[in-house]
Write a protein that binds this ligand. Structure first.
Ligand SMILES: C[S@@+](CC[C@H](N)C(=O)[O-])C[C@H]1O[C@@H](n2cnc3c(N)ncnc32)[C@H](O)[C@@H]1O
Length: 341
């Protein structure tokens, strides 16, 4: 098998590589999950000593690491001895730009099982998540807190760059209260508050997630500046704030649910409140784009969707939010700034 980056590969070989892409996903997920990248942080190790430390099967670990070379995350420095490649470094925990939790999340049942039913999603136009997990994804996380924790941490992994772009483009100083709606464990809010010491924060999420946020915000020394509020954004009672953050929320929901959410937010917002929606915006052309893949992820997991600029404008204006500007950022996500009309 040739890997897909081999430009000399024939179309059949490229297709074969693409078809077996899930092998690579699982190899990377397993190296992340077992903590192998962290154990290689100090340099190359032989697979037998790693197997003894991890308590796993030595022969199978050797085969995994050999596969990790083909996946591009490991390099063989001698017989059965491996180190991380620059790409593999990103599987370490707590390094800038780490994607460790993302690799684990995407190979958790929450993602792996519904993706196995993609053809069902295409047949019906609905997420197969009930058939795959027995409930919606949020119920699955509530029943499987370890996976819920992976999800919250993976969201934190990808929040870093978005947060620095957000604080670069938007001055939050004029807002007394900034509320992150569906803010998970508060990584984004923490960065906004750090950049703007005069603001207070409100973190709003489902009860089981809000609990986890308290711990994270305490460890960041921000507990006294943030009110953590548990609830559902489909119900009345979203806290009042001068500025709202809605990052990677609307893409989880279809237009009907998004409309309910935006109306509830509108009802809770004081006059002149600003809404900052952070989402991928599907480009207005027919070129290949990663947003098309994330869009399928949303269909599979949650009946959600990625949207074009026109679709965001339509959704927001229908719920009385007036879009003032859309700022593309280097993170891939755009900042859609709207004001309560
Ligand atoms: C895709 S995550 C985005 C998290 C965070 N905004 C970020 O970008 O890192 C969606 C979030 O919405 C929360 N959520 C789902 N349903 C909710 C509801 N009905 N009310 C409030 N939060 C909800 C989830 O717990 C999760 O934290």
């Amino acid at each position: 098998m040739k890997i897909i980056s081999d430009t000399n590969a024939s179309p059949t070989q490229q297709l074969h590589s693409a078809i077996t892409g899930f092998f690579i996903t699982q190899i990377i997920g397993t190296v992340a999950r077992l903590g192998i990248a962290d154990l290689l942080a100090g340099g190359a190790r032989d697979s037998d000593s790693l197997a003894a430390e991890l308590g796993v099967h030595p022969g199978a670990l050797f085969r995994l690491m050999r596969g990790g070379v083909t996946a591009g995350i490991l390099e063989a420095v001698s017989e059965r001895t491996y180190c991380l490649t620059p790409m593999g470094e990103g599987l370490r925990s707590n390094v800038p730009g780490s994607l460790r939790e993302v690799a684990i999340l995407l190979t958790d049942k929450s993602h792996w099982l519904p993706w196995g039913l993609l053809s069902e999603a295409v047949r019906t136009g609905r997420s197969p998540v009930q058939a795959a997990l027995g409930s919606d994804i949020w119920g699955h996380f509530a029943r499987n807190p370890e996976e819920g924790e992976h999800f919250a941490q993976a969201m934190g992994n990808v929040s870093g760059l978005v947060a620095s772009e957000l604080t670069h483009h938007i001055d939050f100083a004029p807002f007394a209260r900034v509320a992150d709606i569906g803010g998970s464990h508060g990584e984004l809010l923490a960065q906004v508050l750090r950049a703007h010491p005069s603001c207070r924060g409100i973190l709003f999420d489902l009860p089981q997630v809000a609990e986890g946020a308290k711990t994270v915000l305490e460890s960041r020394g921000l507990a006294s500046r943030v009110d953590v509020v548990a609830g559902s954004f489909f119900d009345p009672g979203i806290p009042s704030a001068e500025a709202y953050l809605l990052k990677h929320i609307l893409h989880d929901w279809d237009d009907e649910a998004s409309t309910t959410l935006l109306r509830q937010l509108h009802a809770s917002a004081p006059s002149g409140a600003r809404l900052f929606v952070l989402e991928l915006v599907i480009p207005d052309n027919r070129n290949p784009d990663s947003s098309h893949l994330i869009d399928l992820n949303m269909l599979v997991l949650a009946d959600g969707r990625e949207r074009t600029e026109d679709e965001f404008r339509a959704l927001l204006s229908a719920t009385s939010w007036k879009v003032e500007r859309i700022i593309p950022t280097r993170s891939g996500a755009s900042i859609i700034e709207a004001v309560k009309a």
